[in-house]
Design a protein around this ligand. Sequence first.
Ligand code: CAA
Length: 260
Amino acid sequence: MKFKYILTEQKDRVLLITLNRPKALNALSPQLMAELSQAVVDADLDEKISCLVLTGSKKAFAAGADIRDMKGKSYMDVYKADFITSEWEAVSRCRKPVIAAVSGYALGGGCELAMMCDFIIAAENAKFGQPEINLGVIPGAGGTQRLPRFIGKSKAMEMVLLGQDRFMDACEAERCGLVSRVVATDDLMADVIETANKISRLSTPSLMMAKESVKRAFEVNLAEGVRFERRLFHSSFATEDKEEGMAAFIEKRSPNFKNK
Ligand code: CAA
């Protein structure tokens, strides 16, 4: 399918998705989100893809939901259409690993979209924020829920309540665990693609189980989470890749995973 607001490029087993509304700083319009959702759902089902990378431009990962689009919408419009839910949740539902490569602004829905990915690698120029309060609304794509879970209540509250007066730079984002690593702005994409390539050479079913298990940690208590992990760990013994991975270790060679 040909997309207008995103670019997709497959490199080996990695799908790179680039948000592509540079003039609007990648504002997340319903059309863009519909395309992104389609690309992610397709990639999730595509046997030839093991890992996804989501990125924007150097200046902006995404500056939030499209304010021009939202301005004309009423309560009934957004309630009836379940605005945000239908097109926005594909990334958080994706079963394969998704890495966010964030350069520049990740604001409002942009910050929320990055947090829906499995981890964020940030460029030195990255800026995270939830400025919805300045528009007379509140975050609507998980900002008030994921942010406190990831960085703690105090910093999340400050960001959500102060909006554009409390953006977080890359250094602080790494310090408080919002991002996994910070790299030089010009090196971001090479670094993220190398990381995604390493992941994509591993067993896809194992990756899916590992991801599902880590995500579970944010949803259930410790005892339930550990039980869930144990059952998935047992399930991994049913894969051919488990036989191959362990045999390769014993035989001192690289594994040749079949993703089965
Ligand atoms: N929606 C629509 N258009 C946007 C946009 C957005 N979220 N963010 C930027 N743009 C547009 C601007 O309107 C401008 O377009 P024109 O050239 O046609 O005027 C263009 O992108 C460039 O923006 P600026 O001129 O403002 O660029 P700047 O460098 O001076 O400022 C910025 C950059 C600080 C990111 C500023 O653009 C900004 O504050 N953007 C809005 C951020 C925001 O409030 N995001 C939250 C949206 S609500 C939301 O996301 C809800 C949710 O939880 C899902």
